[in-house]
Write a protein that binds this ligand. Structure first.
Ligand SMILES: NC(=O)c1ccc[n+]([C@@H]2O[C@H](COP(=O)([O-])OP(=O)(O)OC[C@H]3O[C@@H](n4cnc5c(N)ncnc54)[C@H](OP(=O)(O)O)[C@@H]3O)[C@@H](O)[C@H]2O)c1
Length: 289
């Protein structure tokens, strides 16, 4: 199938590589042309040209502003009967609005934000949280199954976005909690690898520590590795969760606390750094914040 990827950031580029590896013909568009070129795939001049040239369009963009802007451009031409799969992490109302614009153009729309990072994206092992009309979901399912180890269709557009925020909530609060936990035992002066090995081997540890504990230990030891997801992206997710909770009439004190921690890290200039720097930052400066 001829597939267009709008947004070849970390996740978009990884998804493009995966879909190419299973035999699809790829075309890409990215706001900054260098990242589009780095994929090695055919490049469209604009989101409109991408949508015109491809049968299925996948978007993987930072936030609501990016999604709305790129969809306005992709939908400006004739997109009759094309399939749009929106995978960015945004609030349900953004997904519903974009989905309704797509449906007005007689095209199919599936939102499918994902759990999992660059490695799983390259291997087709993401966890997809889909929201769509049933027929649109069934049409997208074969592609989604090439990107994901598991896909759950949770309801109409907006349902997948809700679930994605829900699965991110405890994980993102954990990054802040880990910074606070490390602060508590700083005085023991443990070697970072040993400290993370202990913390990862307890019931309080989320599954992601199995993969990330060595990178966190390295970061605690002052070594910086590649970025898989940056602090500003997770700060954006925490803000979305707080906003969504307010809209639903719930308070979210744990999320608000974590957001304050991420905002402090961002204000200290760490917004572009990998998430493993979050507990390092917090445990280094507990008294100032
Ligand atoms: N990284 C992860 O592990 C992970 C996992 C699950 C979900 N997600 C979600 O996936 C999405 C992408 O994350 P990422 O880590 O791949 O981020 P990223 O590497 O920062 O890529 C973001 C992409 O969005 C584009 N973009 C931003 N603002 C734009 C605008 N106004 N107009 C057009 N394009 C715009 C960027 O273009 P430029 O290159 O021009 O800046 C880039 O292509 C986010 O919603 C994130 O929450 C990420």
């Amino acid at each position: 199938m001829k597939i267009g990827i709008a947004g070849t950031g970390r996740m978009g580029a990884a998804i493009a590589a995966r879909l190419s590896s299973v035999g699809h013909e790829m075309m890409v568009w990215n706001r900054s042309a260098d990242k589009a070129r780095a994929t090695g795939f055919k490049i469209a001049d604009s989101p409109q040209a991408l949508a015109g040239a491809c049968e299925a369009l996948i978007s993987m963009l930072t936030d609501a502003a990016a999604v709305q802007s790129v969809y306005a451009q992709m939908l400006s031409g004739n997109v009759n009967e094309k399939l749009f799969i929106e995978m960015s992490t945004v609030r349900p109302e953004v997904s519903r609005k974009v989905g309704s614009l797509v449906k007005q153009k007689q095209a199919a729309f599936v939102e499918c934000p994902v759990g999992g990072t660059i490695g799983p994206a390259k291997e087709g092992k993401l966890f997809g949280f889909a929201g769509a009309e049933k027929a649109d979901f069934e049409r997208a399912r074969p592609l989604l199954e090439q990107m994901c180890r598991r896909v759950e269709h949770l309801g109409p557009a907006g349902a997948g976005a809700s679930m994605k925020l829900a699965i991110n909530l405890p994980l993102l609060v954990y990054w802040q909690a880990l910074g606070e936990a490390i602060s508590l035992v700083k005085g023991l002066n443990l070697e970072p690898g040993r400290l993370m090995d202990i913390l990862a081997d307890t019931s309080g540890a989320p599954r992601m520590l199995a993969n990330r504990a060595p990178a966190i230990a390295a970061a605690l030891g002052g070594k910086e590795g590649p970025v898989s997801v940056n602090i500003d992206t997770l700060k954006k997710d925490l803000s979305e969760i707080v906003e969504e909770s307010k809209l639903l009439g719930w308070s979210a004190p744990a999320t608000e606390g974590a957001l304050r921690g991420f905002a402090a890290a961002s204000a200290a200039g760490l917004g572009g750094k990998d998430c493993v720097q979050m507990p390092v930052f917090w445990s280094a400066q507990p008294k100032k914040l």
